[in-house]
Design a protein. Structure first.
Length: 348
């Protein structure tokens, strides 16, 4: 028979509720470190697991969180999801993953289904600007956190990076290397990352005194095929670019592959910079220069903000923004594979 809370409590000499609160990682529990260590050792020894159904009934919760992402094949969102699980599991929560493929209709359908199943909260990484789904979550008072992308109301908890600064740093890097025809594989104007990274690219050119050429901005979206098609279009120009800054690493991978297929030398004939620093970026030949985004930390922080809402009943529009970090590899500097900046601290 499974061991009971009373049996465990008798062995340690505490009340059964103390055992339960340690097992469920109750942040409000105040006991001595020695007693906590004895209880945790006993839990490990007996392989005790809390009764999630009983706990959920007591708290009137399902102990389930949902993560809604735009592209399950993108490694950025895999790392983000892992961060959510790492933050949620020790607190006794399970996590449900939903993929939208960038479709507002699929996003609405997922959110309706998730709320019908009474998940305790939602982490939404697939939001759009002026997103009615986000307004609906807010009106329904459903705990939620936006990650990586935000809706433009500014009324929701958010975890992400400074996309304007990241794009500026990437473009300034290319300018400092002597490039003047710098193209941009852009994200959609309905998505905050697309808008802000384009804004940072244009701001860097303006600050350098370079007149922006609209023909050098091609909307590629966030997938490899889009990046490849956009790069083919750019390289077909008579006065083609010598460098490309892509809205994310997947689009940059498309640019990288087209350049290699056309026999161009990277970075001599074409320099390429991505955004996000997914694991594939370091495995390309030459490696991809990119802007590092701490996706795993995004997930952990988003979970922390979400659980604060669930446990307190309050929904402050708290925002956590991480500063960007440029990682220079061989796609812009021959033989390079060093980080230019130390790990950045978050700003709240």
């Amino acid at each position: 028979m499974p061991v009971t809370l009373k049996q465990l409590a008798d062995r340690v000499g505490v009340h059964p509720s103390t055992i339960s609160r340690v097992a469920n990682n109750d942040p409000g529990l105040r006991i001595s470190p020695a007693t906590r260590s004895r209880i945790e050792a006993l839990l490990r020894e007996t392989e005790y697991r809390p009764n999630g159904i009983a706990r959920g009934l007591k708290l009137q919760q399902t102990l389930a969180l949902a993560v809604v992402i735009p592209d399950v094949t993108n490694p950025l969102f895999a790392a983000l999801f892992r961060g959510v699980e790492d933050g949620a599991s020790p607190r006794g929560y399970n996590v449900v993953l939903c993929n939208t493929d960038g479709s507002p209709d699929r996003q609405r359908s997922h959110l309706a289904s998730l709320t019908a199943r009474r998940v305790d909260g939602v982490i939404l990484a697939s939001t759009f600007l002026r997103d009615p789904s986000v307004r609906w979550l807010r009106q329904q008072r459903i705990p939620h956190v936006l990650v990586n992308r935000f809706s433009d109301d500014g009324l929701d908890p958010f975890v992400g990076s400074d996309d304007v600064m990241g794009a500026k740093v990437a473009t300034q890097h290319l300018y400092a290397l002597g490039h003047r025809r710098i193209a941009h594989l852009a994200g959609q104007p309905t998505v905050s990352t697309g808008v802000l990274r384009r804004r940072g690219y244009l701001a860097a050119l303006a600050e350098a005194g370079v007149k922006a050429d609209p023909k050098l901005v091609v909307e590629s979206g966030y997938v490899e095929d889009g990046g490849a098609r956009g790069t083919e279009r750019l390289l077909s120009m008579r006065d083609r670019p010598t460098a490309i800054f892509a809205v994310n690493d997947m689009a940059a991978v498309g640019a990288h592959s087209v350049a290699r297929r056309l026999g161009l030398r990277i970075p001599d004939d074409l320099a390429v910079v991505g955004y996000n620093n997914i694991p594939l970026a370091g495995r390309l030949i030459p490696g991809l220069t990119t802007v590092h985004v701490p996706a795993h930390e995004f997930g952990i922080m988003a979970t922390r903000l979400l659980l604060e809402q669930i446990e307190s009943g309050q929904r402050p529009a708290r925002q956590v923004v991480f500063q960007p970090q440029l990682v220079v590899r061989g796609s812009t500097v021959v033989g390079a594979d060093v980080e230019l900046a130390p790990a950045a601290l978050m700003q709240e």
